[in-house]
Design a protein around this ligand. Sequence first.
Ligand code: SR1
Ligand code: MG
Length: 398
Amino acid sequence: MDSDYLILTEATVPDYIRQRPELMARIDPGSVSVREVGDGNLNLVFVCRDDAGSAIVLKQSLPYVRVVGPSWPLTADRSHAEAKGLTEAFHASPATAPRLHSYDAFNHVLAMEDLSCLTVWRTALNYGHIAPNAAAECGRHVARLLVATGYFGLDGEAFRSNVHANRNRAMCRITEDLVFTQPFVEHPNNRFDNCLQARVDLIRSDKDLLDQVARLKADFMTREDALIHGDLHTGSVMVGTSDAPATKIIDPEFCFYGPIAFDLGVLLANLLFAALRADCLARDHQSQWLTELPVEMWNAFEEEFWTLWPQRVDESMSTDHASDWLQRVARDAIGFAGCEAVRRVVGFAKVSDIEDLPPELRVVGAAAALDTARNWLTESDAEWCSDLLTRPTVGRGR
Ligand code: SR1
Ligand code: MG
């Protein structure tokens, strides 16, 4: 385990800043106040603000999975992948990516733009808030990264060299295990309420469904469309308010050259969880708004793709080829969404949208998520249309 580096605490951050000229140029260690705010599964995140009002964020990878502890070692080199992912994303879409100030490879620390004026989208959704442009901005961000880093935007040599430079093997392995493998078999990482057992059995005994999961897993392992985010759930998006809208996509530590449909699918599944929470809490206005978001996201993705299409490096690539390719992306994204939805209910790394509901509603929301996921994994004609998030009526008192 690469643990021979300094693990930061709120108390040691000012001294750490003092030792790094590139940080000293941005913030005064003499007056800095430091707050650890990391709420994800893996890392430490420090918001640092000095008396003059300057602020930066320091994000440090631990040599293990934070929510589990040292018994689950994990390479801290993921910060290297994240530094590259942030740089590429900012280059492709500065409006929706945070600015990376510097990267300390030895201590696995990224220094980034402070986004404290924004809120993690999942948190905002859990409170019942509406973020008008967020889904469309995510769709555009995915399209821009696709064209900037994929084979539409790069010549063969540059493309292959990038594929090689962004392998991120350990993080891909986590996704292969947690999303595509463990939830579909008995595994100690799985945990779910007993009353969901029949639904889980139905999923695990459906040969066609399991074949579809295997196909999607193979796609995840072998398709190299572009540098994808790799973990684009609503906890990887920060949003502003209706008065001051903004969308920033953070945390690309799982980024690698993979199927672009995976990013769209993971976000789709997490919009499902938000919608189910809204239904369970009878938040009709939010629920109605959420129902529209998958189409908004897809339309924005597709529109941005076609806007950028004239920039393709190889003009022999036909528009018909791109149209067919997009159709496949839409279909695969729905399948990936099914896998992500199953894993968040059955496997490791639950979502607070469902987990924080009162117990009697939690099981209703989780059951509805499994039913939708099963449809997404079995209906070969599922389309990216306005009833994609059609849900059973689960609302309180309905
Ligand atoms: C062991 S890491 C668990 C999960 O947290 C991250 O956000 C990814 O979704 C990963 O699968
Ligand atoms: Mg994350």
